[in-house]
Design a protein around this ligand. Structure first.
Ligand code: ADP
Ligand code: MG
Length: 143
């Protein structure tokens, strides 16, 4: 699926809508250059999941977790930003396989950095900057 948006708000709406199809265990891999709108998209996901806390990029800590309830079940929303990761050990220390195996919703910015470690079953989202306000968002679910 491909959608164009004209504002950050519209991008968040797309993300919010996506949360309606999410189930615990889903991994969402975000791709796109710096400033494309990945974090904006994550904020939309959080909104859709009714997470009240303000989401900013976990640039230095790599990973932040937010509890939320989904169908009366307490789950965790993991937001990872791998931008600053370089060494294999940076990623290994996150214990990603353990995170991926959880009953959580996991979203990764700069997912391409761990391409070979991503679960096959995931949602790939690429965001491309067309101009200052316009973005092209591609959503692909791999089952
Ligand atoms: P990334 O996490 O991909 O590096 P951010 O989400 O932090 O990017 O920043 C995207 C920037 O682009 C924000 O300043 C946002 O306001 C701006 N922007 C402008 N138009 C859009 C749009 N249509 N969708 C998302 N962000 C947009
Ligand atoms: Mg970001």
């Amino acid at each position: 699926m491909e959608i164009k948006t004209n504002s950050p708000k519209e991008t968040q709406k797309v993300a919010q809508r996506l949360t309606q199809d999410l189930v615990p265990g889903d991994v969402i891999a975000l791709y796109g250059d710096l400033g494309a709108g990945k974090t904006v998209f994550v904020q939309g996901l959080a909104k859709g999941l009714k997470i009240k806390r303000n989401i900013t990029s976990p640039t230095f800590v790599f990973m932040r977790s937010y509890p939320f309830t989904f169908k009366k079940k307490l789950l965790t929303f993991y937001h990872l930003d791998l931008y600053r990761g370089e060494e294999k050990s940076d990623f290994e220390s996150l214990g990603l396989q353990e995170v991926f195996s959880q009953d959580a919703i996991i979203v990764l910015e700069w997912a391409e950095k761990i391409k070979n470690s991503l679960p096959k079953k995931r949602v790939d989202i690429s965001i491309e900057k067309i101009d200052e306000k316009k973005r092209r968002i591609k959503i692909e679910r791999h089952r």
